[in-house]
Design a protein around this ligand. Structure first.
Ligand SMILES: *[C@@H]1O[C@H](CO)[C@@H](O)[C@H](O)[C@H]1NC(C)=O
Ligand SMILES: *[C@@H]1O[C@H](CO)[C@@H](O)[C@H](O)[C@H]1NC(C)=O
Ligand SMILES: *[C@@H]1O[C@H](CO)[C@@H](O)[C@H](O)[C@H]1NC(C)=O
Ligand SMILES: *[C@@H]1O[C@H](CO)[C@@H](O)[C@H](O)[C@H]1NC(C)=O
Ligand SMILES: *[C@@H]1O[C@H](CO)[C@@H](O)[C@H](O)[C@H]1NC(C)=O
Length: 386
């Protein structure tokens, strides 16, 4: 019986080694990054520098495309967004494991192969790629009302981010467009830049609107008045551009002289050189919804490691829920995701490597097989003899 048991064990040696081995999925790429803005490019850079094979798929739609230049991005103050992205692509291209393609991703579907996450990514032309990890840097889109002139002025004198665009219009006549409840917040972010401020609340100064503003901050009206902010409640019909700060700007300085004329359903128009607006954003891509990712409002819910609710999927930049939308945040979150993605894959690879027990001799494996199947075999042997 000992002889038969030993033979049986040796037959099972390879099966046992096989059964306990943990397999890393065999995919086209380690990582696919969706979105080629500052977030996606940072993620690609991070994974490329540790020689992870990665494909960046870029739809070439960028939230900051309309803006003349970026600001508050140290080392790149005043760089046009397209120039910034081009330089980033050039620099990342030197890493042999980094690849780029320009397409829109239509679907990302998890599949099981091996013991860890893996995904099939399909673009709008029907081309598919597989990857072990996904990084979504798919961004948000600003939802602007159809007011004539608004879209045209967007990013060029009409903006939502005072840090990005405010300083170039400092000390110029300034306007704020939005709900009455947002106006104190705007003023507290901009009163160091402007002294002549009009709040265009577009009909929201109703009893209910005022009550909502008071519920937020009791003395909002006094605070607005203290910063020389007047309220204009008329309904805005159009925004006419009178001057273009892209052309009309200081020779060697950084002031831009845009000028807009706001028209209303009643009364005289009003001129302002710059306008801050408060409008909502939505996800640019339908992927988060298609993938049923857990959302916080309209943002992809992420942990501090940029992990989404789907294992193996990370979300970075404006699209995620960590409460910030700007270029430095995009770069920071892209870099952070790159580190977590890399280490997560390394852990999987480590698990796989030790599970293969390459260090064990045949004799040791055989012993282990004997131990594992010994009891069952005894039963089988007895049954066979009955
Ligand atoms: C892909 O898009 C980038 C950014 O718009 C552009 O610079 C690059 O030339 C495009 N590549 C191809 C192959 O079209
Ligand atoms: C102003 O209010 C009108 C009427 O409610 C609305 O249709 C329009 O989109 C608003 N315009 C802006 C710029 O918010
Ligand atoms: C205060 O606002 C009014 C009305 O917009 C403007 O005429 C005036 O110049 C502003 N004062 C300062 C000091 O900017
Ligand atoms: C502001 O405009 C709205 C909509 O036209 C109107 O109902 C409201 O009475 C106005 N508020 C004031 C203080 O005039
Ligand atoms: C977001 O995810 C965290 C876990 O990471 C969870 O505790 C939280 O409830 C989620 N938020 C929402 C709004 O789903």
């Amino acid at each position: 019986m000992v002889f038969i048991k030993a033979t049986f064990a040796s037959v099972f040696v390879s099966l046992l080694a096989c059964a306990t081995a943990v397999e890393v999925p065999n995919t086209d790429y380690d990582v696919i990054v969706v979105g080629g803005g500052p977030a996606g490019l940072s993620a690609l850079s991070g994974v490329s520098r540790v020689r992870r094979t990665a494909l960046l798929i870029d739809s070439e739609e960028y939230r900051n495309a309309p803006t003349r230049e970026m600001h508050d991005v140290i080392g790149n103050d005043g760089t046009p967004p397209a120039a910034f992205r081009t330089l980033a692509r050039e620099q990342i291209s030197k890493y042999p494991t980094a690849e780029f393609t320009n397409e829109t991703v239509e679907s990302i579907v998890p599949f099981t192969q091996g013991d860890f996450s893996a995904f099939t990514v399909t673009d709008s032309k029907g081309k598919s790629y597989t990857a072990r990890k996904i990084v979504l840097g798919t961004g948000v889109r600003d939802v602007l009302p159809p007011t004539p002139g608004l879209q045209e002025g967007w990013g060029k004198g009409i903006f939502w981010c005072p840090w990005c665009d405010g300083y170039e219009h400092r000390d110029q006549p300034f306007g704020m467009i939005g709900d009455i409840t947002d106006m104190l917040g705007n003023v507290l972010e901009t009163h160091t830049l402007y002294t002549d401020i009009i709040a265009f609340v577009n009909g929201s100064q109703t009893a209910d609107g005022e009550a909502r503003a008071t519920a937020k901050v009791a003395d909002w009206k006094e605070q607005l008045a203290a910063w020389n902010t007047t309220i204009d409640n008329r309904t805005i019909t159009s925004i006419e551009r009178l001057e273009d700060g892209g052309k009309d700007r200081e020779e060697d300085g950084d002031e831009q002289f845009d000028k807009f004329r706001l028209h209303f359903t009643t009364g005289e128009p009003v001129e302002r050189n710059a306008l801050i607006v408060n409008f909502p954003t939505v996800q640019t891509s339908s992927l988060p919804a298609k993938m049923h990712l857990d959302m916080v409002g309209d943002k992809i819910n992420v942990t501090s490691a940029m992990r989404t609710s789907q294992s193996g999927v990370f979300a970075i930049g404006d699209a995620n829920s960590d409460g910030s939308t700007n270029v430095p945040h995009a770069m920071f979150t892209g870099k952070k995701a790159a580190v977590y993605v890399h280490v997560e894959m390394s852990r999987e690879e480590s698990k796989s490597k030790i599970s293969k027990r390459t260090g064990l001799s045949h004799r040791e494996l055989e012993k282990e097989a004997m131990r594992a199947i010994g009891d069952n075999l005894d039963k089988e042997w007895k049954r066979a003899q009955e």
